[in-house]
Design a protein around this ligand. Structure first.
Ligand code: GDP
Ligand code: MN
Length: 387
């Protein structure tokens, strides 16, 4: 589960990690009001479940209540990489001397947590990581041993952080680690962790991903869950209809809609389609043992994003019966947009019955996944040329 910055900062406050004062506004009026109450210059910050808000124009400084209203008006309703801004955090503005990065996440390969620290924090941290990885200190934390003070000091010294702040920063790292464990996080990040002009150390941003499997013992975090909060409209539709569906991240999305049965087969299908030359838009696992109604909902979900230009169904029937999927394809046939390529690979249980049922349809049939991937790519590319 993803939570917003202002919510993660409530968790920070609970663990004693220093943050700036502020409030959440849903309207420009409220932003103005909060600024008036704070009586200080503020930062107006989009609250969306995606990073890179600063670069997208979703973080703006405002020196007066009136200015805060204007900035909130500009940010509310803004689209940040596919997420619409519905609320902003209005929080005290500080003068920044240094911007650091401090985060804890899970390193699956090492089977440990990893503390990541850098003196080069801020909005370009990805670039720092890619181009000058030596500027980023990584210290593994053995979950059976915990985080030791000497490890924290080592992290601070090797990260290039101002060592005169070692006491404050070690204390923040320690609290971040405690919060990470207590709240069953998969990521807990402060970027930037700043030293202000007057020497204070503060968490100016907060990113927190909670492992859903730990929510049963963190029930108070459920209040942060937004119905459809980190889901877009297509994912929300899928959820409502009990369809297992993933919309690819906006910057990775292509024109191919994909459905199949079984997570492994579907994931492989994504790779094979991508290698054939076009990116998937989404994918859906129709699962096994469902009825035709459910399969229809699956197809409908996959086709919902108007950027989907073609549909590839890859089913290897075991528990999933090909005739049931075929029934869905027959029933749904008229709902595919005119000219939309539909490529079907349907083999396994009751394959013969399925073939008979689909005889009259205009779908393109293939017998292997590879062939299907190449076909759907060819047909969609053909549309582009034709258009
Ligand atoms: P992100 O881009 O989504 O990670 O949003 P952040 O909360 O990290 O804000 C982006 C950038 O805005 C930060 O790296 C800072 O440089 C800047 N920023 C945020 N708060 C303040 C502030 O109080 N004062 C100043 N001067 N800059 C700020
Ligand atoms: Mn940030």
């Amino acid at each position: 589960m993803k939570v917003h910055e202002y919510q993660a900062k409530e968790v920070f406050a609970e663990f004693g990690i220093p943050i700036t004062e502020g409030g959440v506004a849903f309207t420009p009026d409220e932003a103005e009001q909060i600024t008036r109450e704070l009586g200080k210059p503020v930062v107006v910050k989009a609250q969306v479940h995606i990073g890179g808000r600063g670069k997208a124009g979703g973080v703006k400084l405002a020196n007066t209540p009136e200015e805060a209203r204007e900035k909130a008006d500009a940010i509310l309703g803004m689209d940040i990489r596919g997420f619409t801004v519905k609320k902003v955090l209005v929080t005290e503005q500080v003068g920044i001397r240094d911007e650091y990065y401090c985060g804890i996440t899970v390193d699956r390969d090492a089977r440990m947590l990893v503390l990541i620290l850098s003196a080069s924090g801020g909005v370009d941290i990805e670039q720092v990581a890619a181009e000058t990885p030596e500027k980023i200190a990584k210290i593994h934390i053995d979950p059976l041993v915990g985080l030791w003070p000497n490890q924290m000091r080592r992290a601070v010294f090797s990260s290039g952080i101002d060592t005169s702040k070692i006491k404050e920063i070690s204390s923040i790292i320690h609290k971040l680690y405690k919060a990470f464990l207590a709240r069953d996080c998969s990521l807990l990040e402060i970027n930037p962790l700043v030293v202000t002009d007057d020497g204070q150390v503060l968490a100016l941003d907060a990113k927190m991903d909670v492992d859903d499997n730990g929510l049963f013992r963190n029930k108070d975090l459920l209040k942060y869950r937004e119905i459809g909060g980190d889901l877009d409209e297509y994912e929300a539709f899928a959820k409502e209809n009990h369809v297992t569906y993933v919309h690819m991240p906006p910057d990775m999305r292509g024109p191919v809609g994909i459905a199949g049965n079984g997570a492994g087969l579907v994931m492989t299908t994504l790779d094979v389609v991508a290698r054939a030359g076009l990116k998937p838009n989404n994918f859906c696992d129709i699962g096994g043992g469902g009825d035709a109604e459910h399969s229809i909902k699956c197809i409908e979900t996959v086709m919902k994003d108007p950027d989907v230009k073609g549909f590839f169904l890859n089913v290897f029937g075991g528990i999933t019966r090909c005739d049931i999927v075929a029934q869905a394809l027959v029933d749904y046939a008229d709902n595919f947009p005119a000219g939309c390529p539909v490529v079907i690979r349907l083999t396994g249980t009751n394959e013969d019955i399925a073939k008979q049922m689909l005889e009259e349809t205009r779908y393109t049939f293939v017998s292997t996944m590879q062939e299907g991937a190449e076909k759907i790519v060819e047909l969609i590319k053909g549309l582009e040329v034709g258009a």
